[in-house]
Write a protein that binds this ligand. Structure first.
Ligand SMILES: C[S@@+](CC[C@H](N)C(=O)[O-])C[C@H]1O[C@@H](n2cnc3c(N)ncnc32)[C@H](O)[C@@H]1O
Length: 275
């Protein structure tokens, strides 16, 4: 796929995220109508891997409403959130202001992040939980991340495991609680095109730009892109828990997150790499 074609599909995604934003703001999913607790979006292993954030420059790529970005600021980081959706960035600024938390938000495509941040470098780049699937080219992305990091800086990706994305319920008319391997684990066959008026939250229907494009990235592809960019992979964790119940049969764990009762499979991974 040419870079022009990639740019066209990312423009469609940008319009789709602008259209999804009011739905997410009206939903209960992000807890905006309750006591905002940004830390609930993080597994305890994430904080272990990230280490001390006080006084560090942390960049959150594809931050959406900035609900996770706030958690970095609350741990003393100089936090910056970046997202290409104008509506998301406007909402994120508003949410942070109402929470009385000091976070800067920048509107830009990840691929243009260096220019948008005027060459600023970071101690930590964090991304994930539904971010990499919107990126058509991981090699190009990893090169950008490398340049955004100071020497010694760390990249932390916490992403839905490709195995989770491969699962789906039995198609009608046999629908039931069982999950089957229904979608590709490995990428390479171009984007998955969606046209949906629903999003992953509750709330009203999405209006207007309902089309979006997602790319499948296996773990090997992610690791390969990081290594080729010159980053050193330090750790890879696989977790069977998710912050919300993706499937009706998931059960709550003592941590307050959710897992499948059986079999025990990875649903989320945390990958730490350094420059
Ligand atoms: C599912 S959210 C992930 C953020 C966060 N984990 C969350 O759940 O709120 C995906 C975000 O990626 C953003 N996004 C998608 N493609 C992007 C790109 N190429 N550059 C910048 N942001 C992008 C969207 O606007 C959206 O806000």
């Amino acid at each position: 796929m040419t870079t022009d074609e990639q740019a066209r599909l990312m423009r469609a995604n940008q319009a789709n995220w602008d259209a999804r934003t009011p739905v997410h703001l009206a939903s209960r999913f992000y807890g905006l109508d309750q006591d905002l607790d940004p830390a609930r979006w993080f597994a305890s292993f994430e904080w272990e891997d990230l280490g001390e954030l006080d006084g560090r420059d942390v960049l959150h790529l594809q931050c959406h409403l900035g609900t996770e970005t706030l958690a970095f600021a609350r741990r003393g980081a100089r936090a910056v959130g970046l997202d290409f959706s104008e509506a998301s960035v406007a909402a994120a600024r508003d949410i942070a202001a109402r929470a009385g938390t000091d976070v800067a938000f920048v509107r830009a495509n990840v691929y243009d992040a260096e220019q948008a941040l005027a060459g600023r470098r970071f101690d930590v780049v964090y991304t994930g939980k539904g971010a990499l699937c919107y990126l058509p080219d991981l090699d190009r992305w990893a090169d950008v991340v490398f340049r955004l990091l100071r020497p010694g800086g760390l990249l932390y990706i916490v992403e839905f495991h490709p195995l989770l994305n491969s699962l789906g319920p039995k198609p009608a008319p046999d629908e039931g609680p069982e999950l089957l391997l229904r979608h590709d684990y490995l990428g390479g066959d171009g984007p998955v095109h969606r046209d949906a008026t629903h999003t992953y939250t509750d709330g009203p229907a999405v209006e207007g730009a309902t089309e979006s494009y997602e790319w499948t990235h296996g773990i090997g592809e992610v690791l390969g892109a990081l290594i080729r960019a010159g980053l050193t992979v330090r750790s890879l964790r696989e977790s069977d828990e998710l912050p919300w119940p993706r499937w009706p049969r998931m059960v709550r764990t003592p941590s307050g997150w959710w897992r499948l009762p059986e079999p025990r499979i990875p649903l989320l991974y945390g990958l730490l790499a350094t420059r």
